[in-house]
Design a protein around this ligand. Structure first.
Ligand SMILES: Cc1cc2nc3c(=O)[nH]c(=O)nc-3n(C[C@H](O)[C@H](O)[C@H](O)COP(=O)(O)O)c2cc1C
Length: 396
């Protein structure tokens, strides 16, 4: 099952190959392309205290190679190309046609890293150089997702939906704090070292990252993503694969190293009684349905309920450790330490930006499913008509 039903996203490219391609099809015609948003999100993905040397080499820029004319989408597939600057250093190892055997042998991966796709992928694709697995399993691929996600954000913005994220916990710091709300994410400073939701905890988090780096350790954490302005009625309870909770969590779980996704206050409410788990219904001052709390995180029955959509993704510590982990050398089948590959100490802030992109893609897809339309004009007209229907639903 793809988490996407109306849109489709294909990415291609290896971490140290010539570059990355993203092809996003299913967007309506007439969407104005915001190049600043695209550039900003790619830069935000590169940012964060604890990233490795690679992020100093790259200056990610997405070149539009299809689907857009004179700054507007055409309804045809949007093709994006992001060059890998590091490719210049890897030509002999990663050339698509002919590698330099000596250079390739020097960079051969034969002592797989626990926690990575290295060994499982080698066994599956029968590759004896596990670099053939590493290169695609690397989170470098998420650059292409972020570029495509920026287009999804453009569509959502036209519908009044905004998405933001922040680092909720890092290395356990912040774990006791309650689920954040939209206003807290609005206050997250993209220029801060870790994009922390709780600024008071950030110095402690930065110190922990420095300490982990000094010790050759790595760290994980949690990011919260909130979509604000999503109307009620996206997604559906009617079938297992139309439920938006499943589609959103599948998309977030597909981000490398994300091991769990929480909707709303799920990890708090499961331990308490039902009376403290749900959101009391009422009417706001304008006579619209409203909930006193948002423990459900904006989803009931797999359908958006008009409250903020709140998702927290939990990322495991980076699997590449400087001193390696117990492994097996594929050449000797004897014990070995896993090989080291230049690596981040932590990438939790970047995971937040990738999570925004994945949530944007699923929500844009749900919006297209709900409203349809070949052009943005049609889509917006359908959305307005849908709102009118909902407003008069109970008027007799
Ligand atoms: C933004 C980002 C950057 C990452 N950087 C690294 C890294 O430098 N080194 C590493 O070993 N893993 C890194 N990872 C995690 C691996 O990509 C991931 O653990 C691996 O592909 C295995 O996938 P799985 O953990 O989902 O099974 C990163 C993940 C993300 C989201």
């Amino acid at each position: 099952m793809s988490a996407l039903r109306r849109l489709s996203l294909v990415t291609a490219g290896e971490s140290h190959g010539p570059g990355l391609t993203a092809i996003l099809s299913g967007l309506p015609a007439g969407l104005r392309v915001d190049l600043d948003l695209l550039a900003r999100d790619l830069a935000r993905r590169q940012h964060g205290h604890g990233r490795g040397h690679r992020m100093k080499i790259e200056r990610d820029h997405a070149e539009i190679r299809g689907g857009v004319r004179d700054g507007e989408t055409l309804g045809s597939p949007v093709a994006l190309w992001i060059e890998n600057r590091d490719w210049a250093n890897w030509r002999g190892v990663m050339d698509p046609q002919a590698v330099d055997p000596e250079a390739a042998a020097r960079r051969r991966l034969h002592a797989p890293r626990p926690g990575h796709a290295d060994l499982a992928g080698g066994e599956k694709y029968l590759r004896t150089d596990l670099r053939d697995i590493l290169e695609r399993a690397s989170a470098r691929e998420t650059t292409a997702r972020v570029a495509a996600g920026a287009f999804a954000k453009m569509l959502l913005r036209a519908l009044g939906v905004e998405i933001r994220s922040g680092v909720r916990t890092l290395g356990g710091i912040g774990a006791g704090r309650p689920t954040p709300a939209w206003e807290q994410l609005l206050a997250v400073d993209d220029g801060s070292p870790l994009r922390a939701i709780h600024r008071d905890l950030e110095p402690e988090m930065v110190a922990l990252v420095d300490d982990a780096k000094a010790r050759g350790e790595t760290l994980g954490g949690a990011v919260t993503v909130i979509a604000h302005g999503v109307p009620a009625g996206w997604g559906s309870h009617v079938a297992w694969d139309t439920k938006l909770d499943g589609r959103l969590t599948a998309a977030l779980m597909s981000i490398p190293a994300i091991k769990a996704v929480e909707i709303g206050h799920a990890l708090e409410i499961v331990h308490g009684p039902g009376s403290a788990a749900h959101d009391a219904l009422g009417l706001d001052a304008g006579g619209r349905f409203a909930r006193a709390t948002n423990r459900a995180g904006g989803l009931e029955g797999g359908i958006t309920n008009g409250e903020d959509l709140v998702l927290t993704a939990y990322k495991k510590p980076i699997s590449t450790l400087r001193e390696g982990l117990p492994s097996i050398d594929l050449d000797t089948l004897g014990p070995a330490r896993s090989q080291y590959e230049r690596s981040d100490v932590t990438a939790v802030p970047a995971a937040g930006v990738i999570a925004e992109a994945m949530v944007a893609l699923v929500l844009a897809d749900a919006a297209l499913e709900k409203y349809g339309g070949d052009s943005l004009t049609e889509l917006l007209a359908h959305a307005a008509a849908s709102e009118r229907c909902r407003a008069t639903w109970l008027v007799r």
